[in-house]
Design a binder for this molecule. Sequence first.
Ligand code: ATP
Length: 200
Amino acid sequence: MVVGITGGIASGKTTIAKELEKLGAVLVDADQIGHDVVDNVAEVRDRLREAFGDSIFDAQDRIDRSRLGERVFGDGDALGRLNAIVHPHLLEELRSRVEHLASGPGGKVIVIDAALLVEWKAQEWLDYLVVVESGAERQLERICSRDGLTREEARGRISSQVGADERAAVADEIIGNDAGLDDLARAAHDLWLRLEAIRK
Ligand code: ATP
């Protein structure tokens, strides 16, 4: 069973995904795949250099993700160029890892943690899509404290994603995350029980 967990930035996707992992799910982290693609796929590195110049590379010729982030967040065209270069490779790798896991010994629940599942229309190939929702104020607080961004920068990152309505329209279920971490862990546990019931 392949389950997607998506939602806005800092909505709580990874926290839920890690709880599901403790309960027995196999996790696939789309951010990590994105990092692998940017670091290791020569064609992607070449096209990023063409699009954004040498300044996004550090002294060891590795892509400096924070410099790249500064270039693209707040500039919709630049973000679109970055996504057009990286996402096809990321999606190909993501689907190949999921297929590999799914082809192994049966009965696994594979959980994909990814902010952009709806932008990628992944609902078309997922068995179940969970959207995690947090109020805008909570999201802003968490982004500012975790990533050290200003509220303005945090707003820019939130507005670069699809809106909550668009996600809700294709979700199999929505989990609200406006209370504490204990409540979120309980919600993950309840979700796990539902997934087990659906799988049977
Ligand atoms: P991203 O989109 O950046 O990958 P995410 O949606 O995966 O983020 P998390 O990493 O799970 O979100 O959570 C973001 C931050 O907010 C983390 O530091 C996490 O511990 C904290 N957090 C999440 N939910 C809660 C909550 N209910 N109460 C307190 N802190 C929370």
